[in-house]
Write a protein that binds this ligand. Sequence first.
Ligand code: SF4
Ligand code: SF4
Ligand code: SF4
Length: 336
Amino acid sequence: MDRRDFLKVATVAPLLATVGAATDAEARHNLPPLPEGVGLLYDSTLCIGCQSCVAKCQEVNQMDLNPADSLHSKNNYLSPFSFNVIQVWQNGAGINKDQIDDGYAYIKRQCMHCVDPNCVSACPVSAMQKDPVTGIVTTDPSLCTGCRYCMIACPFNVPKYEYDDPFGRLQKCSLCNQKGVERIDKGGIPACAEVCPTGAVIFGKRSDLLREARQRVAADPGSEHKYPVKAIGSGEFNKTSIPHYNQEIYGEREGGGCQCLVLSSVPYEDLGLPSLQEESFGAATETVQHGLYRGMFLPIALLPALLYGWLTRRTWLSIGGGKAGNKHDETEAGNE
Ligand code: SF4
Ligand code: SF4
Ligand code: SF4
């Protein structure tokens, strides 16, 4: 082993070993679902696209009109003016509801209130917060610095920033439970669930919503199903004929799980819901970040590498490698 190889081994090996050890020591797993965590179940097959939920959401949350639209319900994308939109997927002629061939389907887009939210994990000032009991994810405008890390971190592209406002805030669905709109804290239910005429979106504990969703998925297509409207336990019911559901419940596992769940008869990817690994992004990124920086592991690990760089540069300069016109290849040769 010559001097160059020795220096490489002596610097890179401790770096890798230290980073590896630090990472192992700090591996963090997905946060578990909260026992009292609440959310929504949106069944795309029951949605008629009326957008009552969109208009009521904007009214209850006292949102400004989007200057680009003349009507609340014309919004078809999430924005600082709309926490909740109903989008339409269409294929071919788009005439068969909830079918692939010449079909169409609706999808409600809003914050999924992730079980282990990456926006909370990414926010450097804890302006994004997850309630320890309900699991509802909210933003605190008094803490938000406008860095917009949460926008990049969210796998569902949900948080929106008020770019046109010099004092812009970060906006997203709070499950109707933010300051000034405390519907859940006051024993109410989210506005979108309250107004939905078909029961396509219902409110409840995540565990109860999952049970209801599993019943629908397990039922025979064509069989009659009596389901709760507005909320689990509301005492109000509708009946439907079970369609050919996707056998997976979207949000049960994706990205560590969500408190807002989706059922559909067309592939979730077609509706714009991303395929996500079961490990939450927060677990994946915090494992690496915390491992590297805990106890100054990274700076200590980098020290030999910096020393190696300094030594080789010093040698290079001492033989004239720093002068203009000298090629690195020549320096390498001269250094051997
Ligand atoms: S959907 Fe996005 S904004 Fe909502 S909790 Fe999950 S990561 Fe946060
Ligand atoms: S829970 Fe409230 S804020 Fe969220 S989409 Fe429904 S109405 Fe809008
Ligand atoms: S109110 Fe209900 S049926 Fe109407 S668009 Fe919203 S989720 Fe669909």
